[in-house]
Design a protein around this ligand. Sequence first.
Ligand SMILES: Nc1ncnc2c1ncn2[C@@H]1O[C@H](COP(=O)(O)OP(=O)(O)OP(=O)(O)O)[C@@H](O)[C@H]1O
Length: 677
Amino acid sequence: MATSGRHTGSARKRSGPGCSLKPGRWRDSRNAAAIDRLRLPDPDRLSGCLRAETTAVPAMREVEGMGQKGAAKIRDGIAFVREIFTPARETSNEFRYQDILYFFRYLRPVWKIGAISLVLTIILVGLRTLVPLSGKIFLDYVVPGGVSGESSPAQAPSLLDTSLSAVCSSLPALVAAMLVLGAAIGILGLLQSYLLVKFREEYTFHLQTDLFDHVLRFPLPYFKSGQTGYLMSRISGDVGIMQFLFSQFLPQILSSFFYVAFSVFILYALSARLTLIMIIFTPLFLLVNLIFVSRIRAVTYQERERGAYVSRDLQEILAGIETVKTHTAEEREVGRIVNTLRGVIRMRIKNSMLNSFSSQFLLGTQFMMLLAVFWIGGQDVIAGTMTVGDFVAYIAYIATFSTASKTFFSLPVILQPVLTSVERLQELFGTATETDQGSGGFVPETIKGTIEFRDVSFSYVDGAPVLHGVNFTVGPGEVVALTGRTGAGKTTLINLLLKFFTPQSGMIVLDGHDLIELDPGWVRRQVSVVSQDPFLFHTSIEENVRYGRPEAGRDEVIEAARKAQIHAEILGFPEGYETVAGERGTQLSAGQRQRIAVARAFLRDSQILILDEPTSSLDAGTEERLQKSLAELAAGRTVILITHRTGLLSLADRVYALEDGHLVEQNPSSRRVEVEA
Ligand SMILES: Nc1ncnc2c1ncn2[C@@H]1O[C@H](COP(=O)(O)OP(=O)(O)OP(=O)(O)O)[C@@H](O)[C@H]1O
């Protein structure tokens, strides 16, 4: 049995049901949109390709001989290189280099640190550029008569020669100068590192908090689409890349620029002829950008997007870990992640190879430049028109120059991941918040709490209405109960009142104001919601209760908990009010979570109260006690109560049933019968 079990497992792995893409999943509208945005191949084709990749390759290994295997490998290799060099699909029509400018606004708070770092960078580059001259000084001025056996080159001494020989022409002077130079480089280098770290962290802080603030203002449907893992990846990953741009990339590019400038100056002073020859190679450095830049950008974008899918899937699986375990679906879920990861890995390899190709291309250019200098400069030394010191210094500067120029000219290549992040962050910053969508900004001075639904109709999807011409009114001191089968639209009605969605027709009126005109934040501040499955944060119970009113004192928290019939139980926990509720409140029972939500509502003390099956997880005794508390909480407020519980319905002044999207008022005699049925 055990053997057969193992066989089944391995057979599954080979045929790959767990590892193949499910066409259904890819047809999911969210993914379809994402694929469309990425311009990935047709989902079914992609699914087929990935399946072919996982199943065909092992099968081939079994049937083909060594020769065939080798040939197949070569074919694969050629296909892979061809794929790498296939012109990239552009990721977005809207991409513009100037989009980076948007992110310079976060430099404002740190510009002073940035400016000091820049000055330090220039000084440091200048000082470091002087180091290779020590070889020339030693060979030409310290060694008696110079190594070439002459005190000076055949040509008249240059300005550089005159100044260097004046500064240090003895070994002690040279060593002392190098000591001072080394100490200055060390101290300034430390200072520059400190400032750069501070600059980087401050920059990231401002960008990340602004982005987070913006994302939290997106309309609720954005989050309901289940993309939180995807969003998290963007907020952390892409911000990390921006951090790299401003803290490493820009300083590196700036110092490379100054290295190139200083080196060219010294190289020109050492040999004008050789320097002109060297400059002839510069166009080759630029060629690399033409070949690789757009390809790297497209691949990086796809790599990031697929990485975000991994994050999204991981987040979903971990959030639903109980469901995964109870369905023993661990293997299935690993299979799901495997597929997404495969896509990421393929893109990463492609990206790395493109970077390696461009890097090797630049190295080759550097090497050819060095050969030219050796050939021509060597002839000059042999002919006596160049000193050995100048030649050695020239070679040393060529190394500095070519490393710096390689970095400088590969700027567009290195910039591609950054531009990808810029593009993705721009998408986030460009996503309209509730305020941008014109969701109203009027803030009334007072609240009475009269709510009117006038002929309200709503559907999430065109052609599938959830609410049809709903009419009802509820005022201060009244409790209106809503019943109806599951999925009838009760929560939807509440979501409309909270301005999470807008009705397609009809009007919701609060104290005589059309809800559309009212500020969503203000509306929500007037409402307390106790839902069936309240969300608790991974913090103390006290903080969770206080979430209703952050400025509330401890006594108020305790009083609210007492009214919500949870105080005694909290005291029974090992750490009382300091007990941590666990992620999403998982260390508490559903009934305890519900009563903490009721305590929040007591503390929040808002005029409108929404109770959505607030006692669904309680035993009869606790429910009865809480019912009294809820009656106390409801007093004087406008209350909408969603419930099927007979006991709670006794709190209601009127009861409505939602049937096929229509709201029907129940008369008191039919009420009890309906509910009990
Ligand atoms: N975000 C959404 N997008 C699309 N359809 C939705 C969305 N939320 C709810 N629906 C659909 O709208 C209908 C009403 O859902 P709603 O949650 O309002 O019902 P309910 O009466 O509160 O149900 P329950 O008593 O089970 O909580 C259901 O058919 C549901 O599938």
